[in-house]
Design a protein around this ligand. Structure first.
Ligand SMILES: NC(=O)c1ccc[n+]([C@@H]2O[C@H](COP(=O)([O-])OP(=O)(O)OC[C@H]3O[C@@H](n4cnc5c(N)ncnc54)[C@H](OP(=O)(O)O)[C@@H]3O)[C@@H](O)[C@H]2O)c1
Length: 327
């Protein structure tokens, strides 16, 4: 293998992300390596909504930022001999020449669990769900929790962990098939936000309001849920996918008086800021999976050449659970 490919943005996103924003670039791989270097080949690549939001991470003409699981195929590094499976944030690349092995991320201890889970329940989305509930919201048994984007990679785990911790969980997602799946996962209540009134749905199942809101989507859905937070309610903003493709200002109801009168706490949280703690969450997630307490789904797209389609599908609700590309 002397050549590899990567996906780049032609000139950044402008409003709605589209296929024509991307281009496939060919690059040469080195014929010889220096001490400490290695070359790896992608096995699974992650597509995540943040790739649309954090546009500074993906400069035009360079690989789109992202994490992958790869196999070492050439090595001059004793720690990572040929055949080693590694996790690294090298972008949307078919092969990567790793010059600095300190950029390689620790793999979780998977045991017999599938490798692709490293990008989902055992990786970034799983850690987001785990630490959001335990560290940020510090959710308590008996509390009522609303989750938007509930059938997605993070949301489906937030709801299930909420159930493990003894909460009443209400989920919102965008298709009836997803709602059915959420009920199979043990969500107490699940509603299709496209066909049901969000406010009335919450009033029906939580007439006294909700203690916590885990927000994946922002915008109109979240303005409505926020109005049902009870006194001292807590909300964590994890993502605002409903607005990632919008240009211009997003407007909504004026909620400052509500925040004051109810003494609400609203916080943002980014999982990459606590990278050093992930091993704690990974251990617990693996245990819950093995105990049958946590279930997961993956939407796997076959073929590195289909990365842009897999990514754009996130904004059309095409995935259930974690969206992954098999190279
Ligand atoms: N803060 C952090 O550290 C962190 C970490 C991971 C993810 N996130 C954020 O959390 C959110 C979910 O991430 P994820 O990885 O779990 O993605 P995901 O849910 O697996 O995929 C996106 C889902 O969002 C829903 N969606 C898309 N457009 C929407 C819209 N306009 N309104 C409402 N729902 C919409 C779709 O489901 P429906 O069919 O239900 O519409 C889609 O399947 C994203 O906003 C992401 O940026 C944050």
């Amino acid at each position: 293998m002397s050549k590899c490919k990567f996906w780049a943005l032609k000139s950044g996103f402008n409003g709605q992300a589209k296929l024509s924003d991307f281009k496939l670039v060919e690059e040469k791989l080195p014929t010889s390596l220096k001490d400490g270097e290695l070359v790896c080949q992608a096995i699974y690549l992650s597509v995540d909504p943040y790739m649309r939001l954090f546009t500074h991470l993906s400069k035009a003409g360079e690989p789109v930022a992202g994490e992958q699981i790869a196999k070492v195929i050439n090595s001059k590094n004793a720690k990572y001999p040929v055949g080693t499976i590694i996790r690294l944030s090298c972008g949307w690349r078919s092969h990567t020449h790793v010059k600095d092995a300190s950029t390689i991320d620790l793999m979780p201890e998977l045991g017999d669990l599938p490798l692709s889970l490293t990008l989902g329940i055992m990786g970034m989305p799983g850690m987001t769900a785990y630490f959001t509930l335990l560290d940020v919201l510090k959710i308590q048994k008996g509390e009522t929790l609303v989750v938007s984007g509930a059938a997605g990679a993070v949301g489906s785990l937030v709801g299930q962990i909420g159930k493990i911790l003894g909460c009443t969980v209400i989920g919102f997602a965008g298709t009836d098939a997803k709602i059915k799946w959420l009920k199979e996962l043990g969500f107490d209540h699940a509603f299709n936000y496209r066909t049901e009134d969000i406010g009335k749905s919450i009033e029906k199942v939580a007439p006294d309001g909700v203690h916590c809101y885990c927000d994946m989507v922002g915008g109109e859905i979240s303005f409505k849920v926020m109005q049902h937070l009870r006194e001292y309610g807590r909300m964590v903003v994890l993502g605002t996918i409903s607005t990632y493709n919008k240009s211009g200002d997003v407007t909504g109801p004026y909620l400052f008086e509500d925040i004051l009168k109810k003494s609400l706490t609203i916080t943002g949280f980014i999982i990459f800021n606590i990278r050093e703690k992930w091993h704690i969450g990974e251990k617990q997630m693996a245990e819950w999976i093995r105990q049958g307490k946590l279930k997961y789904k993956e939407t796997i797209t076959e073929g590195f050449e289909h990365m842009p389609e897999a990514f754009l599908g996130l904004f059309e609700g095409k995935n259930t659970g974690k969206a992954v590309v098999k190279a």
